[in-house]
Design a protein around this ligand. Structure first.
Ligand SMILES: Cc1ncc(C[n+]2csc(CCOP(=O)(O)OP(=O)(O)O)c2C)c(N)n1
Ligand SMILES: [Mg+2]
Length: 652
């Protein structure tokens, strides 16, 4: 008997060596699980993970190879997680990044990114550093020190935000932590943030590792098939439905199920509505596409939703924006089917759960309902509703003179900006957004022409995702341009990663929409009787309120100071010219920022829908009293969707 072969490395060196050997495989195609490691060093990781990345980079340079784990220096830890998410979302969750951060604030800065990844079901590997496992000189710099729980650290805050969490206090614990994290990252039903907390002393500790830990490892990304009996139940339900509607969610994209969805819709004539994450499941112009559904939906999809007798969700979490806070699917006796790889989501709305990969589930369903089609009257109604909505989009992209004449000089409407960007970018370009008034407008109005053409983070709707998320898309794909639509509020939260795009010579097109504050929350506030309080960026006025006029903030100069090429536009024609210039810029030329000012008084067409935001039940303000009454009335339309959906033969 010979002892197993070992190699002596630090914990951090072992982490880097292991991550470089991980691959994913789906449908026979292999990809790296980790494109690299984003990081910001401090005393918690500089001599641990930092030293290991240095060794890896130098070894690769000497050998004339790519590093096992390419290092990219970020500027803000939250933003680095967004970059990893943007990358992984664009790559259909098959490749992501590791993110290393120092002890304390460096690590807790990643918490928002962790929540965003987990909520959106996007894989990212987070490597926060921890304070000393030995605790010999406690408390150390940036240590939490809870008198009642000596083993709790700030990194425990990652637990509820991660789909996998482990802290490696001993080198022996590392293999299980790494394998557990990779299993979760590559499981389509479980994926999200995987977090391994690495105490600063443990990172530098040497250990004799079995060499097999570092063998190439391929993680199969499964396409679990649906149970045939369940498929038959759904086929029965569909055959007996008069007004079926599909709701396509992000799972359609992650599974690469767009063609299977199109085949199902074409064969059956069932109209397809889309969630934020699912938008682009069918391209604009597809005969069964009725666009966005829910609070930010099209009037076409929402009219169909209101009357639907069978709603078939595919890869959706059924968020409140999708269901219009459970008012969208209003028909008495409406039934649901939920095709989802995650049983958790498949069980929602008391529907028939079809637990399966979206592509394989749709293929099975198409086969099971072969020959069945919705009736012609329904198909005609669908087509008419869509034509009416699409004409509204035309009028929003290119508003009539009575709208444009009323604008102050130099200002555009937001609809004009979206229209110009849509019409003057390439079909394969990616539009990206996350928070503010633009995600809703994009959901309704954007005409998607490619399956990867629409990237809106709306699980967490995190202001500041836009620029780092776009950086992730640009790193993931140099065959198309990414256009980040960012409001002035979102920009101010996180312009930092423009500098990383400069450093990496990565082109991002950023359309910075200046409207001097929170147009979205301002409108919401007004609608809820709160009078736009505290939502506009203004001087404190003589009356002590924030109403003293616009601040002398120059975001164009700000972006220029960070190294971006900035173009300021004051008209529709100038915006067209700026986009042409941005499109012509080389893909290794760094960020191009187009600064445009809009008039927030012009709104996108209504979704004729609702979103549940509670209003004060008592108030001395007439505005709030009125809104409170309206809220109570609207809330009465809210459904529970608790009635069990039983297949015919088991129903009693
Ligand atoms: C990090 C974060 N903080 C607060 C919010 C709540 N919020 C949603 S939209 C918004 C305003 C966004 O302003 P801006 O980016 O200028 O877009 P606009 O609403 O003007 O279109 C706020 C504060 C959020 N989504 N994310
Ligand atoms: Mg704004």
């Amino acid at each position: 008997m010979t002892a197993p072969e070992t190699v002596r490395l630090t914990v951090a060196q072992a982490v880097v060596r292991f991550l470089a050997q991980q691959w994913t495989e789906r449908d026979g195609e292999r990809r790296r699980l980790f494109a690299g490691c984003l990081g910001i060093f401090g005393h918690g990781n500089v001599a641990g993970v930092g030293q290991a990345l240095l060794e890896d980079e130098l070894r690769a340079a000497e050998a004339g190879e790519e590093p096992g784990l390419r290092y990219v220096l970020g500027r803000n830890e939250q933003a680095m997680v967004h970059t990893a998410v943007g990358y992984a979302k664009h790559r259909d969750r098959l490749t992501t990044w590791a993110v290393t951060a120092s002890v304390g604030p460096g690590s807790t800065n990643m918490l928002t990114g962790a929540a965003l990844a987990t909520i959106n079901r996007i894989p990212v590997l987070l490597l926060p550093s921890g304070t000393f496992a030995t605790r010999v000189a406690a408390p150390v710099l940036q240590e939490l020190e809870l008198p009642y729980a000596a083993d709790v650290s700030v990194n425990d805050a990652f637990r509820p935000l991660s789909r996998f969490y482990d802290q490696v206090d001993r080198p022996e614990q590392l293999p299980a932590a790494l394998l557990g994290a990779c299993r979760v990252l590559t499981d389509p039903a479980e994926t999200g943030a995987a977090t391994i907390s690495l105490p600063q002393d443990v990172q530098a500790e040497a250990f004799d590792w079995p060499v097999e830990l570092f063998a190439e490892r391929v993680w199969h990304v499964a396409r679990p098939p649906a149970e045939p009996s369940r498929v038959a139940d759904v086929a029965d339900a569909l055959r007996s439905a008069q007004r079926p509607l599909v709701v396509a969610g992000g799972g359609v994209h992650y599974s690469g199920a767009e063609a299977a969805l199109a085949a199902f819709a074409e064969a059956t004539g069932v109209p397809v509505a889309e969630t934020q994450a699912g938008k682009g499941a069918l391209p604009h112009g597809h005969p069964q596409l009725v666009g966005a559904v829910g609070s930010t939906g099209t009037t076409a999809a929402n009219a169909l939703a209101a009357q639907a007798d069978l709603v078939i969700g595919v890869g959706t979490r059924w968020s409140d924006f999708t269901t219009a806070s459970r008012t969208a699917f209003a028909r008495n006796g409406v039934r649901f089917v939920s095709l989802n790889v995650a049983a958790f989501d498949a069980g929602k709305h008391s529907g028939i759960p079809l637990v399966a990969d979206a592509r394989s589930g749709l293929e099975a369903l198409t086969e099971a309902v072969a020959g069945h089609r919705v009736d012609d009257a329904y198909a005609d109604e669908v087509a008419g509703l869509w034509r009416a909505w699409d004409a509204q989009v035309d009028a929003t992209y290119d508003p009539p003179a009575e709208v444009t004449d009323a604008l102050a000089p130099g200002l555009l409407t937001q609809g004009q900006v979206l229209g110009v960007v849509n019409e003057h970018t390439d079909p394969r370009d990616v539009v990206l957004c996350a928070a503010g008034s633009m995600p809703g407008d994009l959901h309704k109005l954007w005409r998607v022409r490619d399956r990867k053409g629409y990237h809106v983070e709306y699980g967490y709707s995190c202001m500041g995702y836009e620029i780092p998320g776009a950086l992730g898309v640009a790193l993931a794909d140099d065959t198309r341009d990414v256009v980040a639509m960012v409001g002035d509020g979102g920009y101010l939260m996180m312009p930092t990663e423009l500098v990383v795009a400069v450093q990496e010579r990565v082109k991002l097109v950023v359309v910075l929409v200046q409207n001097h504050g929170f147009h979205s929350i301002g409108s919401l506030s007004e609608g809820l009787g709160s009078q736009r309080f505290g939502t506009s960026y203004e001087y404190r006025g003589a009356d002590g309120r924030l109403d003293g006029g616009h601040l002398p903030v120059d975001l164009a100069a700000n972006a220029r100071s960070l190294g971006a090429h900035v173009i300021e536009v004051h008209s529709r024609d100038e915006l067209v010219a700026a986009l042409a210039q941005a499109k012509a810029a080389p893909r290794d030329g760094g960020p191009v920022v187009i600064h445009v000012e809009t008039d927030p008084r012009v709104h996108a067409p209504s979704s004729e829908s609702w979103w549940d935001v509670p209003v004060a039940q008592v108030s001395s303000l007439a505005s709030t009293q009125g809104a409170s009454t309206a809220y109570r009335e609207a809330k009465a339309a809210q459904r529970h969707h608790l009635a069990p959906t039983l297949p015919k033969e088991t129903a009693r």
